[in-house]
Design a protein around this ligand. Structure first.
Ligand SMILES: *Cc1c(COP(=O)(O)O)cnc(C)c1O
Length: 367
C-alpha cells in the first residue's frame, strides 16, 4: 500500500487524532471571577474601588465617536508622549499595550529567545509560566525564602532572562531597590523584566535605573492604581534599544493594539496627578487600618506594599472562609495550590466595604 492509499483508509477517529496532534495545548491562566450580580463586594481581582480621575470622565464626554470609523494611530503617539513626559523619559523609551499582560507577553516573545532557562520566583504572578509555555521558553521557578522574600543571589547565575514582580503578587511583599539593582547588574547578558503592577501603593520603582542598565525593562499598568482595569492600558519603560526590539515584534504581530478611546482616555488620566496620588493614599490608609484589624482576628500575613493583603486565617481554613464569604456576597481570591491554599488574597476596597468584610469574618469565625 502506498502512503496515499493508507491515508484514504484511515478511520474517522484516526483523522481526528491527526489534526488534534497539531494543536497547541495550553493550561490557561485563570483570571479572578467577574460576577454579573451588582451587589457583590468585589475584593478578588485587585481593582481600584474608586472611580477613575475626573479628567477621564471629561475625555469620554468629549470623545469624537465618528473617529471610530478610522483605525487608531499604530504608534500610539499621544499616549507614548504623555507617558514619556510623566516619567522624564524619551518617547523612544516607552512601549504601550493592551494592559500590562499584553506588554509582558510581548516582552517574553521578544527577549526570551535564547533557549536558556528564564528565572522567576516560584510564588509570583501565575501568568509567567503560562507565557513561557505558550512561547516554548524553558523556565526555572526559583523558591522564595520562608518569609516569601526573594533572595537576589538566586538570580545571579546564567539564565535566558529574569522576571520579578515587585511588589510581588500574591504575597504583597516588596523587594528593596538595591536587590533589584543587584539582579539587573548581575545579568548584563540577559533582559530583566520588573513587573511593577502594584508599585504605586508603596514599592520603590526601578524606572530610573533604566538610564543606567540597557537590559532593564520596567512594566506598569493602569489597571490597579489608575482605576482603569476596564480600559486595558499597560506600558513598559526601558532603553531605546529594548523598546525598538519590542516594537519590531509588535508590528509583526498586530499594528493596532490600543484603540482610539484607550489612547484618548489613557492620556487624559495622566493629567490628574493629584487625584491619582489621593486615590493611592486612601487605599494605603485603608490597607494599614485593615492590617491591624486582621491581626486582632488572628490572621497572619506578609507585610503588604500593594492594594491587597495575602492573609492566613486561624481557626478556619482559607477555603472554608472563602466559601463562607462568597455566600455573604463578598468575593476574595483563593488559589488552590500548595502553600497558597493556606491564604486568601483580599483586595483593598473602600473603608465601608472593608468594614463589611471584617464584620462578616467576625460573624463566620465567631469573634
Ligand atoms: C494585574 C497584574 C498584571 C496585569 O494587569 P493588566 O490589567 O493586564 O495591566 C500584571 N502583573 C501583575 C503582577 C498583576 O497583578
Amino acid at each position: 500500500m502506498t502512503e496515499e492509499e493508507r491515508g484514504a483508509v484511515r478511520t474517522e477517529e484516526e483523522n481526528i487524532m491527526n489534526w488534534e496532534e497539531k494543536v497547541k495545548r495550553m493550561v490557561p491562566y485563570v483570571p479572578g471571577e467577574q460576577p454579573k450580580r451588582k451587589d457583590i463586594i468585589k475584593l478578588n481581582t485587585n481593582e481600584c474601588p474608586y472611580p477613575p480621575a475626573p479628567a477621564v470622565k471629561k475625555a469620554l464626554q468629549e470623545f469624537d465617536y465618528e473617529s471610530l470609523r478610522l483605525y487608531p494611530d499604530p504608534d500610539c503617539s499621544i499616549l507614548v508622549e504623555a507617558l514619556a513626559k510623566r516619567f522624564h523619559k524619551k518617547p523612544g523609551q516607552i512601549f504601550v499595550g493592551v494592559g500590562s499582560d499584553d506588554v509582558l507577553a510581548m516582552a517574553f516573545m521578544t527577549f526570551f529567545q535564547s533557549g536558556e532557562k528564564i528565572l522567576f520566583p516560584e510564588i509570583s504572578y501565575s501568568f509567567y509560566d503560562v507565557w513561557a509555555k505558550l512561547y516554548d521558553i524553558p523556565f526555572e521557578m526559583v523558591p522564595l525564602k520562608e518569609d516569601f522574600s526573594i533572595c537576589a543571589d538566586d538570580y545571579c547565575k546564567p539564565n535566558g532572562g529574569v522576571v520579578i514582580a515587585n511588589p510581588n503578587a500574591p504575597t504583597g511583599l516588596a523587594a528593596g531597590l538595591s536587590d533589584i539593582e543587584k539582579i539587573v547588574a548581575a545579568n548584563p547578558d540577559s533582559v530583566v523584566i520588573v513587573d511593577e503592577a502594584y508599585v504605586d501603593f508603596g514599592g520603590e520603582s526601578a524606572v530610573d535605573l533604566v538610564e543606567k542598565y540597557e537590559n532593564l525593562l520596567v512594566v506598569q499598568t493602569y489597571s490597579k492604581s489608575r482605576s482603569l482595569a476596564g480600559l486595558r492600558v499597560g506600558y513598559a519603560i526601558g532603553s531605546e534599544k529594548l523598546i525598538k526590539y519590542m516594537l519590531d515584534v509588535k508590528f509583526s504581530f498586530n499594528s493596532y493594539t490600543l484603540n482610539r478611546l484607550a489612547l484618548e482616555v489613557g492620556t487624559a488620566s495622566l493629567a490628574d496627578e493629584e487625584y491619582f496620588r489621593e486615590t493611592c493614599g486612601k487605599i494605603v490608609a485603608t490597607r494599614e487600618r485593615v492590617k491591624g484589624e486582621l491581626k486582632e482576628l488572628g490572621f497572619t500575613f506578609p507585610d503588604s506594599s500593594t492594594n491587597f493583603i495575602f492573609a492566613k486565617p486561624t481557626g478556619i481554613t482559607a477555603k472554608e472562609l472563602f466559601e463562607a464569604l462568597k455566600k455573604e456576597g463578598i468575593y476574595v481570591r483563593f488559589f488552590d495550590k500548595p502553600v497558597l491554599r493556606e491564604y486568601l488574597r483580599i483586595s483593598i476596597g473602600t473603608d465601608e466595604e472593608m468594614d463589611r468584610l471584617l464584620a462578616a469574618i467576625r460573624e463566620i469565625v465567631g469573634k
